[in-house]
Design a protein around this ligand. Structure first.
Ligand SMILES: [Zn+2]
Ligand SMILES: [Zn+2]
Length: 373
């Protein structure tokens, strides 16, 4: 081995440790806390630990937690808090709760009572968590460069979202409110390599701050600026053209609703200042054109359950037919466009620069984030 390479490896190793060991606390079961949980050790070994840090007992293959008198019941005794600690590397545990798909996790699991249910807080390494997020958010069977782009997006999003749930005792939840995370049971080699090969990489704005890495399923040919959806403009979230997603599954949609519902909804907003009920804008719009009032496209989207806020509306007096493009809010990275770009040879950084304007790729260690004491 050449000395130059040895020096590079020696210098690189401690940096790698910095971010790979940074824990993220993920609140599981968001939105529907169970009253009982079954646990199965799939590999390695675990022990149950109480609030004082004292080992209660080693976990066998199976264990169960339930609520009794508003407290956690774990074989012997009731408690307000217990913690499942892995005692071997690569230990994996499966969680099963009534009415939910079983999920597999690696890391520490904290259990506490919240709003009459059991809250599980998984303390996992950032990069392991991201593998699970990718599996839930990016789907299967796509090009590795697309997964790399999505890995950088999800890492950036996580860093920016950290602490959103601080009041509840964790950093991010496992639902789409933060990012969907259903464990690491479905992570394959392609996903794992996408996360590992971009480890620590994230996107920053011109001031060097991690960006709000918004993404959506399909932009319908044109992404839109953040101000159309969240009121305030964001310098790197501006509308860009994207023809790559137009042949993809979510590029077009139609939906019909009774004219009466559409007309009364419009009338409430414009107080009789216009009669117009058909709208045929030829590009993306923020507010319905010539509607007699400022009626935002996103309001129509949520009121009528539309796939996107990019549509035309044709009212024939009996029903109004919405014909739309894209799926999702349309801000930031378009996933189906990114998939196509990857298939046609774009690298992950080129994909990211297309959807986020004026951003820079950097690393967690370059930002001085997540350094160990
Ligand atoms: Zn959340
Ligand atoms: Zn697109």
């Amino acid at each position: 081995m050449k000395w130059g390479l040895v020096v590079v490896l020696v210098m690189w190793a401690p940096l790698t440790m910095v971010w790979s060991q940074q824990p993220v606390r993920i609140g599981l079961f968001e939105g529907n806390l169970p009253t009982s949980v079954e646990l199965t050790a799939l590999s390695g070994a675990f022990e149950w630990v109480d609030a004082q840090g004292k080992v209660i007992h080693e976990m066998g293959i199976k264990s169960a937690l339930s609520l009794a008198n508003g407290r956690l019941n774990l074989v012997e005794g009731e408690r307000d808090y217990v913690h499942l600690r892995p005692t071997l590397p690569q230990s994996r545990v499966q969680l099963r709760a009534p009415g939910k798909y079983p999920t597999v996790h690696t890391g520490r699991l904290h259990f506490l009572v919240e709003s009459g249910g059991i809250r599980c807080v998984l303390e996992a390494e950032l990069e392991a968590y991201l593998q699970g997020v990718l599996s839930a958010e990016a789907g299967k069977g796509h090009h590795p460069e697309y997964y790399r782009a999505q890995a950088v997006v999800s890492r950036t999003y996580t860093i920016q979202a950290m602490g959103r749930h601080r009041m509840q005792g964790f950093d991010v939840c496992d639902a789409v409110h933060c990012q969907a995370y259903h464990g690491i049971g479905t992570v394959n080699d392609t996903l794992r390599q996408a996360v590992e090969s971009t480890a620590g990489t994230l996107l920053v704005d011109r001031q060097g701050r991690p960006i709000t890495a918004a993404f959506h399923s399909n932009c319908g040919g044109q992404t839109q600026g953040a101000e159309n959806v969240w009121q305030r403009p964001v310098e790197y979230l501006v509308g860009v053209a994207d023809t790559f997603c137009l042949a993809m599954p979510h590029a077009q949609w139609t939906k019909s609703v009774p004219s009466e519902a559409w007309r009364s909804w419009l009338d409430e907003r414009r107080a009789g200042s216009s009669e117009r009920t058909t709208f045929l804008p030829n590009e993306r719009f923020d507010a319905l054109p010539d509607s007699g009032a400022r009626i935002r496209a996103i309001e129509a989207r949520s009121a009528f359950g539309l796939q996107s806020s990019y549509f035309v509306a044709v009212d024939d007096g009996r029903e109004v037919r919405f014909m739309g493009q894209g799926f999702g809010h349309g801000v930031g990275l378009c996933q189906e466009g990114a998939m196509q770009r990857a298939l046609r040879g774009a690298t992950y950084d080129r994909i990211l620069h297309h959807y986020y304007t004026g951003v820079r790729l950097t690393s967690l260690e370059a930002l001085g984030l997540f350094q160990r004491d």
